[in-house]
Design a protein around this ligand. Structure first.
Ligand SMILES: *Cc1c(COP(=O)(O)O)cnc(C)c1O
Length: 219
C-alpha cells in the first residue's frame, strides 16, 4: 500500500481529537511530502543533522517535532526550526533550551519524556523523578512551556503488554496536571507507535507517533 492509503487507514482508525505525528527518520523528503499531501501536518525527527537536511528541502510547510535524544551541543542548530521537543528528560538540557531559545526571545514547547518502564540505559526521566523535574523547569525557565508527557514504553513482545505502562503514564499525567504549575499546561499525552497506537489511545493518548504504518518498513 502507498503512503496515502496508509494515512487514510490510520485516520479511519483513530478519533478526531488524536494528533498523528509521522515519525519520519530515514524517510526521504518526497515521502514526507506524500504524507503531507495525505493530510499529515507534523513530522517527528530523531537526529539533528537529518532534520536540518530535510528542513532545507521542506522548510516550514510542515511542523517539526524533535523526538530523539537531544544532545545539548546541538540545541542551537534547531532553534527556529522545531515547534516542539518531545524528549526533555533532564535539567541540564532544560538549561540549554532556556539559554538558546530565550536568547532569541522564543519560547519552546516541550514534552517531558518518561521512562515509565524504568529500564536502565533508556532515555526519559524516571516516573518518581518527573514531578521534581517539572517543578524545577516551571520555577526556573520562563522560555520553556511544558505541554505534556511523552513515553516510548518498554520493549515488549506483544503490544498488549504496553497497556499497563500507558495507563501509568496517563495517571502520572493527570496527577501533574492537577498541580496547576506555572508555565505547565498538561494538554498532550504522546504515546503509541505503529503497533501500539490503538492501545495507547484507549489508555488516553491524544498524540501518537507513527512511522512504519505510514511509510512502510525501514530499510
Ligand atoms: C521511530 C519512532 C517512532 C515510530 O515507530 P514505528 O514503530 O515505526 O511506528 C515513534 N517514536 C519514536 C521516538 C521513534 O523514534
Amino acid at each position: 500500500m502507498g503512503i496515502r492509503e496508509n494515512v487514510e487507514r490510520i485516520k479511519s482508525l483513530i478519533p478526531e481529537h488524536v494528533v498523528v505525528v509521522a515519525a519520519s527518520k530515514s524517510r526521504k523528503p518526497e515521502e514526507i511530502l506524500e504524507a503531507y499531501e495525505a493530510g499529515i501536518r507534523i513530522f517527528g525527527e530523531n537526529y539533528v543533522q537529518e532534520l536540518l537536511a530535510k528542513y532545507k528541502d521542506i522548510g516550514n510547510r510542515v511542523k517539526w517535532h524533535f523526538i530523539g535524544h537531544l544532545q545539548r551541543n546541538k540545541v542551537k542548530k534547531i532553534v527556529g526550526i522545531v515547534d516542539m521537543i518531545q524528549t526533555l528528560d533532564n535539567i541540564r538540557l532544560a538549561e540549554e533550551l532556556e539559554k538558546r531559545f530565550g536568547g532569541v526571545n522564543r519560547r519552546i514547547e516541550v514534552l517531558i519524556e518518561v521512562n515509565i518502564g524504568k529500564e536502565p540505559q533508556k532515555a526519559g526521566v524516571l516516573p518518581e523523578e518527573t514531578e521534581p523535574l517539572i517543578k524545577e523547569v516551571s520555577r526556573r525557565f520562563k522560555n520553556i512551556k511544558v505541554k505534556g508527557l511523552m513515553t516510548m514504553g518498554p520493549l515488549v513482545e506483544h503490544p498488549e503488554e504496553l497497556r499497563p505502562f500507558f495507563r501509568m503514564t496517563r495517571e502520572l499525567f493527570e496527577r501533574l496536571r492537577d498541580l496547576n504549575l506555572d508555565n505547565v499546561e498538561m494538554a498532550i499525552l504522546s504515546m503509541g507507535m505503529s503497533h501500539s497506537f490503538q492501545i495507547a489511545i484507549e489508555e488516553g493518548a491524544n498524540m501518537v507517533r507513527i512511522g512504519t504504518a505510514i511509510f512502510g518498513e525501514r530499510q
